[in-house]
Design a protein around this ligand. Structure first.
Ligand SMILES: [Zn+2]
Length: 219
């Protein structure tokens, strides 16, 4: 029997789309939430919208443009030069603790719509360097959300200990490999599916896919 209702933190990328299929198998009802914080490519939001529409999943888009007020920039930090604001693949709007904020807002939304589960595609294996994507933090926030709202939320992290090849394997097991491959956006340059092939996100994604497909051929 399927478990209760879940909210899924959804960006339209490979990881969260795989989580969406994972959640579809497990929960009676799911709703997706996407955070709009002025991503460099509004295509990200469009991509998330298109996927939830195709799968018939209710989609919330929350305005998190306030992150831009907190982002380190030339107006508030004298040591940062005015430029396009892009460096090393991080969005110019990157703020420490961002995932903490996203998960907290997802928790409030879960409370509003009566969802017990909160699903997120964060991962400690391909450690991105964000401390608030680590397992220990997510567990800590889970306790905090429950105390804050006197509830019994469960934060699910199906990808926490998977590498990129194993994430592709999970998508394949869920019957969603082609869907994830063709309809998601991971590329920093805003190119759908297999992407530009040049940026760090594309390289990581492609390496994982190649690794999984060659493993699949051998076995
Ligand atoms: Zn790319």
């Amino acid at each position: 029997m399927k478990q209760e209702k879940a909210i899924i933190v959804f960006s339209g990328g490979q990881d969260s789309t795989t989580c969406l299929f994972w959640a579809k198998e497990r929960f009676r009802e799911i709703e997706a939430v996407t955070f709009d914080y002025g991503q460099r490519h509004s295509l990200e939001i469009e991509c998330a919208k298109a996927i939830t529409e195709e799968l018939g999943i209710k989609h919330h888009i929350l305005d998190m443009s306030l992150l831009n007020q907190l982002a380190p920039n030339a107006l508030t930090r004298e040591d940062i030069q005015v430029d396009d604001g892009e460096e090393g693949g991080l969005p110019s709007t990157f703020v420490p603790g961002r995932n903490m904020l996203f998960l907290s807002f997802a928790g409030v939304l879960a409370s509003q719509v009566g969802a017990k589960h909160i699903v997120t595609g964060v991962c400690e294996t391909d450690f991105s360097g964000y401390p608030d994507c680590r397992d220990i933090f997510v567990k800590s926030l889970n306790v905090t959300l429950n105390l804050a709202m006197d509830d019994t939320f469960v934060v699910d992290t199906p990808l926490m200990w998977l590498n990129k090849a194993q994430t592709w394997e999970l998508a394949d097991e869920l019957g969603a490999l082609e869907f994830v491959r063709e309809k998601t956006l991971t590329c920093y340059n805003g190119v759908m599916a297999d992407g530009c092939g040049e940026c760090p996100a594309c390289k990581l994604r492609q390496r994982g896919l190649d690794e999984y497909l060659s493993f699949k051929k051998e076995s």
